[in-house]
Design a binder for this molecule. Structure first.
Ligand SMILES: [Fe+2]
Length: 533
């Protein structure tokens, strides 16, 4: 064989993965204390010869394809070889060659990029190819081949060039897709909206055990091992509607708590008697499985128990998405995460951590975008959750972290950052409202608007309003809209107008859930007030 064609040479030339594995190991060794213990969980695999003509025991592309983190000249394309996806994947430890193509048309008559990469057992035979050199603001189609098998075709899109105002940009955002509590009908309807981008704000999976008498079931106990996390992602990704939406548009993702464990805070578990070192070991496993299944760039490679997920996604000069990570670096929740009766709302020092907070402030100050978006997990409005006397904060949200919340919002006010739009997940409720430094101060002006999208499924069918909601809205003048059904929000953005449409389903418990537009909410540039239609 020609030296230049030897598989390990090819691997070095076109695949980052062998190199990444070494970086990973060095990364582990750099980590101090508890996180370093996680190093032993992932020994670097021996470099095996790459198999170019594998025989799969079944169709290897059952988990479909995905793309993400688009730029004006490219994106990441993803797939995972998994002929037995729900049972560890069904692959041997061999590394496998995977070829890929990107075309300007869906029949692949105008292929503009092609190459090959290596699927390694270390990364669950997932591949993440960063494609560049493409034209801005246009659709592309992509597919993979391996061992004589061909993947489904995916469609994706580059973003408008920087410096251009861009035309209309349409994206959907969503979160919280508990597999057991409903069907992913929302994604079937999202497909019809022909979005340029999907933003997922976390709770992509849930870690809990199989539960009886729900719409559909997890498999096995609460997930803790790498194989269990991988199988859980495979279960979720086996859903046709979710797979179809991944194949239809690029996604930009961030996580919340359930990708690891409910309400964890940095290295602190919500369960008593879990040592930080043990939570970090679990976090390392969970972060690795997350990376393996999401269309993320090399800049988000896991490094032991760390993974840099916060990043910026500019859409021309029209909007700039600041994807935040409010889980990995936060201080513990105040009052032991008990909201009832908690008044200790000023003492928690960190919500984003020093580095991410500085990065966010610097980015907002430097932004030339018309709309500055914080795409993140937790409600930023300081809502009083108790319509009676007194004030009750959700202490897992920004409201439980008033000191770092105040620093970020004061920066927005002092630096006169205009047109800040906060997009939120987590709550399983549609909220729209205005973000104040202190909404209880009379005469206060909002510094941002916030849209909290409900869940895709979590919480089940839901209802328009609960009996308590009118009273909560009465107690919170900044809260303008509430709805408790399932669905997603669709944003149509131009330089002259932001419009969020609240799309809700009448049910997720049966396959024929019907979608409707429950509200249309607009924001004008220069204003942090909502106009509800
Ligand atoms: Fe959730």
């Amino acid at each position: 064989m020609d030296k230049e064609r030897r598989p390990d040479t090819i691997a070095r030339m076109i695949s980052p993965w062998a190199w990444s594995a070494r970086q990973d190991r060095r990364g582990f060794l750099r980590l101090a204390g508890g996180a370093a213990a996680a190093a032993t969980l992932f020994p670097v695999e021996a470099r095996a010869a790459t198999r170019r003509h594998p025989a799969f025991r079944d169709y290897p592309f059952q988990l479909g394809v995905a793309s993400g983190d688009p730029t004006p000249d490219g994106f990441v394309i993803w797939t995972r070889l998994a002929p037995d996806p729900l049972n560890g994947g069904g692959m041997t430890t061999e590394a496998i060659e995977v070829r890929w193509e990107v075309a300007e048309d869906e029949r692949f008559e105008r292929v503009v990029r092609r190459g090959s990469t290596i699927a390694s057992a270390y990364w669950a035979h997932a591949v993440h190819v960063e494609v560049g050199g493409l034209k801005p603001e246009r659709w592309y189609w992509y597919r993979f081949d391996s061992g004589g098998e061909r993947s489904p075709v995916g469609r994706t899109r580059t973003t408008p060039p920087l410096g251009s105002a861009g035309s209309d940009f349409r994206f959907a955002f969503a979160s919280c897709q508990h597999f057991e509590t409903g069907l992913y009908t929302a994604y079937r309807h999202m497909l019809a909206d022909n979005v340029d981008l999907v933003v997922h704000l976390g709770d992509y999976i849930y870690e809990g055990p199989a539960t009886k008498d729900r719409i559909r079931a997890h498999r096995g106990p609460e997930i803790r091992t790498l194989e269990q996390y991988r199988n859980r992602y495979a279960l979720y990704r086996s859903d046709d509607a979710l797979q179809a939406m991944h194949a239809a548009a690029p996604w930009v993702v961030t996580w919340d708590d359930h990708e690891v464990d409910n309400n964890y805070a940095n290295d602190i578990s919500e369960e008593k008697n879990v040592r930080p070192v043990d939570l970090l070991k679990r976090r390392a496993i969970a972060y690795k499985a997350y990376y393996e299944h999401m269309p993320l760039r090399r800049s988000s490679l896991p490094n032991g128990a760390s993974l840099q997920l916060y990043r910026r996604a500019p859409i021309g000069d029209l909007l700039e998405l600041n994807l935040l990570d409010t889980r990995q670096y936060r201080s513990n929740q105040p009052c032991n995460d008990q909201s009832q009766g908690c008044t200790d709302l000023e003492s928690a020092p960190h919500f984003l951590g020093d580095a991410q907070e500085a990065w966010l402030k610097q980015g907002l100050s430097a932004s030339k975008a018309r709309w500055n978006v914080l795409a993140q997990q937790m409600v930023m409005m300081d809502l009083d959750r108790d319509p009676g006397d007194g004030y009750r904060a959700n202490v897992d949200s920004w409201a439980g972290y008033r000191t770092p919340r105040g620093r970020v919002l004061q920066h927005i006010a002092d630096a006169r950052i205009r047109n800040v739009v906060v997009l939120t997940g987590d709550e399983h409720v549609n909220y729209a409202g205005e973000v104040h430094l202190d909404s209880r101060k009379s005469g206060s002006s909002p510094v941002a608007v916030e849209f909290t999208s409900t869940s895709i499924t979590s919480g089940g069918d839901g209802q328009d309003l609960s009996p308590n909601d009118q009273a909560v809205m009465g107690a919170n003048a900044s809260l303008k809209f509430v709805n408790r059904q399932r669905g997603f929000m669709l944003c149509d953005v131009t330089k002259d107008r932001w419009e969020t449409s609240v799309h809700v389903l009448d049910k997720v418990s049966a396959a024929d859930g019907a979608i409707s537009r429950r509200a249309r909410i607009q924001v004008a540039p220069g204003s942090s007030r909502l106009m509800i239609g």
